[in-house]
Design a protein around this ligand. Structure first.
Ligand code: XIL
Length: 331
């Protein structure tokens, strides 16, 4: 039997291919990662709380392990994501018994990013500075968060300027999800166009690609890639998984088990999105999935606990899936 060429080798002339990593996934999925991937991102280890659980106290343990693993295996590393409405310690937003002032919070962002950039100097190529700042519901474009409440809508601009000050050589990304939903895409476009017009140092757009076979289709996905490419931003597909269930269907037990038909649609979306990325490879520099194999995914653990989603490129026995082999052949 002939050994198949790897996902990353098959895409060498297009873009890098990778996945999010943790200590646990390096242990469990090390062999797959080394064979198939040439880039990576920390699933949680580089978010604010794991890095600075208490103001001024820094813990780099798991992040360092991921840096070492990627370095030993010649992989490019993305960082993700300090300014988010999750994985932030509560005490970050208070000053004694009152809410932190705008000035104090900006000062804390400054110290955090300074320490982060000094520690990881030379190890990171791109960084999701702000993650998921947009509101998914009617109303304001920006999501309600402590960042917005305490600093104001310019917390994004400020964060990127601080990041650039300490990371002149890292590509700075904005990262968000539901990028294929027209009204969300419009909000994302408005946000980043505004930043570019104001001269905010933004180099790239992270499209999470948490897609599903019900709400997402390839025409909308291509429109999204096209729209961001035309702004002159680099594009990374940052967190891909292809959910066989609708986002609205987050109940357990699932209303229906995963059928052949659903698997077929998952395969179509996977191959189709890789195909779009290959066609826009002038702009798309990386495609990463949010997990390596089906035995370890946030969808089963967090998004809809207890349900199997089978949304990744390798199955729970760590075998390569049919659709993954097809993606390699398509390339
Ligand atoms: C998720 C992780 O996968 C989980 O382990 C953690 O408990 C919560 O965060 N969008 C993002 C990622 O930008 O950071 C999220 O990661 C998944 C959704």
């Amino acid at each position: 039997q002939v050994e198949m060429i790897s996902l990353s080798d098959a895409h060498k002339k297009f873009f890098e291919v990778g996945a999010c990593l943790s200590s646990e996934s390096i242990k469990r999925h090390g062999a797959i990662i080394k064979k198939h991937f040439n880039c990576a991102v920390a699933e949680n280890a580089m978010k604010w709380e794991p890095i600075e659980p208490q103001t001024g106290i820094f813990t780099f343990g798991e992040a360092d392990e991921i840096v070492k693993f990627t370095k030993d295996n010649q992989m490019t590393l993305r960082a993700h994501a300090p300014i988010w409405h999750m994985a932030v310690p509560d005490e970050l937003f208070v000053d004694g018994d009152k809410p932190a002032s705008r000035e104090i919070l900006i000062e804390r962002i400054d110290s955090h990013m300074k320490a982060f950039c000094e520690h990881f100097k030379g190890q990171i190529s791109s960084w999701d500075v702000v993650n998921e700042a947009i509101n998914d519901f009617p109303g304001e474009d920006l999501r309600q968060s402590k960042w917005l409440e305490l600093i104001g809508p310019d917390y994004l601009d400020i964060s990127y300027h601080i990041a650039r000050k300490y990371a002149p050589d890292i590509q700075l990304f904005y990262n968000d999800y539901n990028e294929f939903v027209p009204f969300k895409r419009e909000r994302m476009l408005r946000l980043v166009k505004g930043m570019l017009d104001r001269g905010v140092p933004l180099d790239g757009m992270g499209l999470q690609a948490h897609v599903n076979i019900v709400e997402c289709n390839l025409d909308e996905y291509e429109r999204t890639v096209e729209a961001f490419a035309s702004l002159g931003l680099r594009i990374h597909i940052t967190e891909m998984d292809v959910n066989p269930y609708s986002l609205r269907d987050r109940v357990f037990p699932p209303s229906s088990p995963i059928t052949e038909e659903m698997h077929h649609k998952q395969a179509e979306l996977y191959r189709g999105i890789f195909d779009i990325c290959r066609r826009y490879s002038d702009t798309v520099d990386a495609v990463l999935t949010w997990g390596v194999a089906d035995d370890m995914t946030w969808l089963d653990d967090l998004f809809c606990p207890g349900r199997e989603h089978q949304a990744l490129l390798f199955d729970k026995d760590h075998k390569i899936k049919k659709w993954t082999e097809q993606i390699i052949e398509d390339a």
